[in-house]
Design a protein around this ligand. Structure first.
Ligand code: FHN
Length: 482
């Protein structure tokens, strides 16, 4: 959102900031009022390097939330916890000391990283985000900077390393989730009110930097960091620290991909700086929700991270309320890609290291669809053809081939296609049966029907459109005189 000049001047007045105002041209050449920010967005527009292009073309990813919270699985002392399982420590029914001692029980004897990676491959995931440390501060890797890690649990071994190795072996890129918020560290503060707070927080910042550099040193094949737990007031004051740390991490791994949840700007704004510009390589605000239109994405790269139940990231043994079906998740995946984003489906393994049967079944069903239709997902993105009720368009960024992904077959079987001017529809055929072609029936200028034969669709159907730029306009149509 671009702030009006009045708003910006008011912000100065209120904050007494010595920031200067500049009048610049926005990418769409509209004059825009922007503040000179030292730690705001350092780039306007998308990253165009090959590593970011690879990220942009993933389409589909897997999130894995795993940690001590998987042991209680949403229950304690026989009581059911209705919140997100990975937040059970915050529940009055779970004494902090009981939670903090769960590490003495962490021994996931069924943990099989190769099986997890194979399942992700079969499902069609092209990247995976693993919680190295969630808000509780328990580290799934041997950290030099804390004893609260996996080596001091009965399991005693690194979890992250074997996962990175197994997923790399399957050709699935690994991203490391890291929660800045750390309930276990004595120096963590949600806000800085006293001199003691500030002194303690300086130690916490150094600890955070040490752990992040340690992760990148231990797992250099990681392609990026997925930050979380950065909404507290204390962190919002750390614009310079976070900016310098991001630069330091990218010196370690050039091209490291970091989303919009990491840095606050000079005024504590996150995701978008005080000028409304995206901070980070992609927007990380789409959590358990999707944009409705391309305009909602502001033309940025973005990912949507999605739980299977309404709000369970970590393992909860008793999923209540609506549990999404594979078709719901496939539609979210397709919609994400149709709006130039990536869709990341969450898995929450249990305390023994098993992936629950519901998630295995979903992975199987989604994988069956992806196996046949991945061409409409991988390396694809948005095309500005008018959205129709039958489903979504995606477009391969290389070949330009367009895919109609049909979820809702009209009663009359007629799928409407409306293109921008001067587009010729050259060839239309089933992705999974190219011998089945469609002759577009022109019903108005740049508007057509293609007619489906099927009585009903068993699964979301993909139809391929090969098109070209027309040299002349289609035949004239009389405009209504109203
Ligand atoms: O509080 C966390 C939550 O537990 C989970 O990790 C999600 C995943 O995106 N992030 C935070 C909530 O926004």
């Amino acid at each position: 959102m671009k702030r009006s000049l009045t708003m910006v001047l008011l912000m100065f007045a209120l904050t007494g900031a010595s920031t200067t105002l500049t009048i610049a041209q926005a990418p769409d050449n509209t004059p825009r009022i922007s503040m000179t920010l030292e730690h705001g967005a350092h780039r306007i527009g998308k990253r165009i390097d090959s590593k970011m292009s690879r990220w942009r073309n993933y389409g589909f990813g897997q999130f894995i939330h795993w940690g001590l919270y998987a042991i209680p699985g949403g229950h304690w002392n026989g009581e059911y916890y209705g919140g997100a399982a990975e937040w059970i420590r915050s529940w009055k029914g779970m004494p902090n000391e009981d939670y903090d001692n769960l590490y003495t029980e962490f021994d996931p004897v069924d943990f099989d990283p190769k099986a997890w990676a194979e399942q992700a491959k079969d499902m069609g995931a092209r990247y995976m985000i693993i919680t190295t440390k969630h808000h509780d501060g328990f580290c799934l890797w041997p950290s030099e900077f804390t004893d609260y890690d996996v080596t001091n649990a009965p399991y005693g071994q690194d979890i992250i390393g074997p996962l990175v190795e197994a997923y790399d072996a399957e050709g699935i890129d690994v991203y490391l989730y890291f929660s800045v918020m750390d309930w276990n560290h004595p120096g963590y503060r949600s806000k800085l009110e006293t001199a003691e707070d500030r002194e303690a927080y300086e130690g916490f910042k150094e600890f955070t930097r040490n752990q992040l550099l340690e992760l990148l040193e231990r797992y250099p094949s990681t392609k990026g960091l997925w930050f979380d737990g950065t909404w507290d007031a204390a962190w919002k004051e750390q614009a310079e620290f976070a900016d310098n740390l991001a630069m330091e991490m990218r010196e370690m791994i050039p091209g490291l991909i970091i989303g919009s949840r990491f840095r606050p700007d000079d005024y504590g704004n996150r995701h978008f700086d005080s000028n409304g510009d995206l901070m980070g390589d992609y927007e990380q605000g789409w959590e358990r929700k999707l944009p409705d239109t391309y305009e909602d994405t502001k033309g940025n790269d973005w990912d949507c991270v999605m739980t299977v139940p309404e709000n369970q990231w970590g393992y909860h043994s008793d999923w209540r309320g609506h549990v999404k079906t594979s078709y719901e998740l496939i539609e979210m995946l397709v919609k994400s890609v149709s709006l130039d984003g990536n869709f990341v489906m969450n898995f929450g393994p249990n305390g023994q290291g098993e992936i629950r049967k519901e998630e295995r079944q979903l992975a199987k069903e989604i994988g069956e669809w992806m196996h046949k239709n991945q061409k409409a997902i991988y390396d694809c993105g948005y095309i500005d053809w008018e959205k129709q009720d039958w489903g979504y368009y995606t477009r391969n960024r290389e070949s330009g081939e367009v895919y109609m992904i049909v979820f809702n077959k009209p009663i009359n079987g007629a799928l409407r296609i409306k293109t921008p001017a001067k587009i010729n529809l050259d060839k239309i055929f089933d992705l999974n049966g190219p011998q089945k072609t469609y002759r577009p029936e022109e019903i108005h200028r740049n508007e057509y029907f293609i007619h489906l034969d099927e009585a009903l669709l068993e699964t979301p159907k993909v139809i391929v459109i090969q098109y070209s730029e027309a040299t002349n306009q289609t035949k004239g149509y009389d405009k209504a005189k109203t």
